[in-house]
Write a protein that binds this ligand. Sequence first.
Ligand code: BT5
Length: 271
Amino acid sequence: MSAKINVNKLAEELHTKHLGKSIIFSSAVGSTNDWAKELAILGAQDGTVAIAETQTHGRGRLNRKWVSPRGGLWLSLVLRPKLRPAEASRLVFVCGLAVAETLHQLYDLRVETKWPNDVLANGKKVCGILAEMNTKGEKLNYVILGIGINANFKVEILPEQLLENATSLKTELCTRISLEQLLKTLLERLENAYALFMNQGFDPILKEWKKYASFLGSQVEVTTTTEKWTGTAFDVDDDGSLMLKLGDETTRRVMAGDIQIHPNKHETNSH
Ligand code: BT5
């Protein structure tokens, strides 16, 4: 089975109104987020999808490297929502929910959302999301929503330092999956979640996202660019910040950072 996506087959089967109505595919690019940004500047319509078989310079947050071998699903969407920049930052959660629902629907896996931008399968990172926006003052021009899913490769091909926290669908399911089916379901779920967000706001999205967020209630270590805390992750607030209760019972609101879940305090949920 090829690592390429049969875009014609997908287009015939895709039941979306606008996401993925225009899909472009490349065997290799630097980063699909950069590619989608170029397309957005050239006027690409809302919902355009750029997919690559491999990325030579896949990126995570803070310019961290995202390793993108053949067999993964590496894509970016061009979105042009009528939102303020602060509201648009919540699209990471809209997307995380859509990925979690997709993996839950298609495969028999324990799926979790992990603050702020990860989706885990059986406790390990299987997907990362990178939302980047272009603004002019208070006006949002476009958002590039990048999604990376470790799909049809064994996790062992990733660099050794990632193996403790990462997994792939092939490793968890012991079989290859259909990239077309994964992408089709993902775009359909994302279109639903995106419409819910645009019509009813962030509350219903956050409520659903939290159903997958098994880390809530756990002891976590939070790292920001300047600080590090240990405490109980007791909530995610309606602006997307992590709410942390520290040992001295004070609370901290964390807008951006990474969490490491304390292994002994990690509880599982029903997904
Ligand atoms: C992310 O950043 O998790 C966002 C990843 C977004 C990737 C997609 S692929 C399509 C689009 N085009 C791009 O260039 N990017 C997007 P962050 O939370 O900062 O996590 C980055 C960290 O994840 C790295 O520092 C590594 O520790 C780890 N990592 C790198 N590659 C990985 C992989 N394939 N699977 C799991 N973990 C990985």
